[in-house]
Design a protein around this ligand. Structure first.
Ligand code: PLP
Length: 502
């Protein structure tokens, strides 16, 4: 956005680049198979053929029968369908779901929803690495339990679970077993039969396929009821015209899984070298991912004393893409529930970064990341000032030497009024308006939650602005610190970029 130096993408758990073979397959299907697979003529039959061939390929990738695979719009939809659909079938006779506390937001959100409807949701304890001990399930499970839910691999730390042991215990007590296998597919072998699963969820965009398509595995004979009603598609279990091009792309991506699995060892080697290099730079880092029982590509690291917002902005400025946690929680002010569940404090969670390597990651990339991080900790990369919201009292806000740059999105501005005397420049078009930002004042960049402002602050530093800071915790934090001042002054004298300044 602001610069294009070297780009190193280390956020493959958030999403992956669409593979060229997938793109080609999708283009072909878009060109040749526009027919609605539910219709009865030749053009439609060719679409139905693509759909069924794709189902076969996806089923083969997870060792399922094609009749057990249903396409959805995402894994989020698949998870919601399982939890709410199966829940509806058992409620109110049986109310209890036992789940791991480190599930993805799409599971946690659905569980919260069900708790609000009167279901009893019980969380399994995990150890400091997020591992569930199957013996704990034995302690918690009872006749009221109809479903046990545990992801195969966690998206934030990479920890993997012994799903087979959990399924065995669930079944022994008459409960069903579901597993979110989204992050595992393509990184470790996934076999729904070996794990003895009743339900599982998958997503194409984590395996170099397109976004907007997922798959739901429902074991033959397992109870299920549709979550989306309407048409008779997907054997009546998921209504809505199938996105054939996306589904074909998903299947093409599944064709690449064997190759991806073959690269796992090399990626794990890179991860080991990376941890070693980081420990040399900053010996007090804490690795939150286990060394065994872990995805080969994922590593969660706490950098004591370093705000992950600032650190990510610095890395982003150097072309390195990483996450603080799950992509689905980016922009959420709450510290990660996964990191909290494994015992990190709020502060430690806010000092934690996830690196997720991919098939394209090279040793050269690792060396580059280590060089940038080394330069940061040795002071060769100048830091931007992280300004606490407590500093922004009335005197500060009226100080003419400070130029407040508000880079929030229009929808954030609707929720919280801006600081008095601030200058609005939207984050995505920031570069175009740079000429309006004065060089002779202290610049304070503000955003809603403190994640986008440091990115802009780093960009300004590179443009030779000398005194640049950003508001930690964003306007949300300031409003909490100074509710009176917010009522008295927020929203006053706000200018769009380029309007005359005070
Ligand atoms: N489950 C896990 C473990 C994930 O990591 C994700 C995506 O981040 C999802 C589910 C949701 O997948 P989708 O983006 O297809 O809704």
């Amino acid at each position: 956005m602001f610069r294009l130096r070297r780009q190193v993408y280390c956020d493959n758990n958030a999403t992956t680049m669409v593979a060229p073979v997938v793109r080609k397959k999708m283009n072909r299907v878009l060109r040749n198979n526009f027919g609605n697979p539910s219709s009865l003529y030749k053009v439609a039959r060719s679409s139905a053929a693509v759909l069924e061939e794709s189902r076969l390929t996806v089923a083969r990738a997870i060792n399922a029968d094609p009749a057990e695979v249903f396409f959805t719009g995402s894994a989020t939809e698949a998870n919601n369908s399982i939890l709410k659909g199966v829940g509806e079938l058992f409620f109110p006779e049986r109310k209890k779901i036992i789940a791991s506390p480190i599930e993805h937001a799409s599971v946690m959100g659905a569980l919260d929803y069900l708790a609000g409807k009167g279901f009893s949701i019980v969380y399994l304890p995990v150890d400091g690495m997020g591992r569930v001990a199957p013996v704990e399930l034995e302690r918690l499970i009872d006749e009221d339990t109809f479903l046990v839910c545990c992801m195969l691999a966690n998206n934030e730390t990479g920890v993997t679970q012994d799903i087979r042991s959990l399924s065995t215990k669930a079944h022994r007590h008459g409960a069903l077993m579901m597993s979110d296998c989204v992050q595992a597919l393509g990184k470790i072998p996934v076999d729904v039969r070996q794990m003895d699963l009743d339900y599982a969820s998958f997503s194409a965009h984590k395996i170099h396929g397109p976004k907007g398509v997922g798959a739901l595995y429902v074991r033959e004979g397992a109870p299920f009821t549709p979550f989306i009603h309407g048409g008779h598609q997907e054997s009546g279990l998921r209504a809505g015209t199938e996105g054939i091009h996306n589904i074909a792309g998903f299947a093409a991506a599944c064709d690449g899984i064997e190759v991806s699995l073959g690269k796992a060892g090399a990626i794990a080697e890179l991860k080991r070298a990376f941890i070693k290099g980081l420990t040399g730079i900053k010996p007090d880092i804490v690795v939150n991912s286990p060394f065994d029982s872990c995805l080969p590509n994922t590593i969660s690291i706490t950098f004591p004393g370093v705000s992950n917002a600032v650190f990510m902005a610095m890395l982003d400025f150097h072309g390195i893409a990483v996450s603080a946690g799950s992509a689905c929680n980016t922009g959420d002010d709450k510290p990660s529930h996964v990191l909290k569940a494994i015992g990190l404090t709020d502060e430690q969670a806010r000092q934690t970064i996830r690196f997720s390597f991919g098939a394209a990651t090279r040793e050269l990339d690792i060396r580059y990341i280590l060089r940038v991080i080394g330069d940061y900790f040795s002071g060769r990369i100048p830091p931007v000032d992280a300004v606490s919201p407590t500093h922004l009292d009335e005197n500060f806000l009226l100080d003419e030497r400070t130029y407040i740059l508000d880079v929030r999105f229009w929808y954030d501005r609707k929720l919280i009024k801006g600081l008095p005397n601030s200058n609005e420049i939207p984050f995505f078009t920031f570069n175009k308006h740079l000429g309006h930002v004065p060089h002779d004042r202290n610049i304070l960049v503000v955003c809603q939650m403190g994640y986008n402002a440091p990115v802009v602050a780093y960009a300004l530093k590179s443009k030779r602005y000398r005194n640049v800071g950003f508001l930690m915790t964003g306007l949300i934090g300031w409003k909490i610190c100074y509710p009176e001042l917010y009522r008295k002054m927020a929203g006053q004298n706000i200018r769009k970029a380029g309007e005359s300044s005070r």
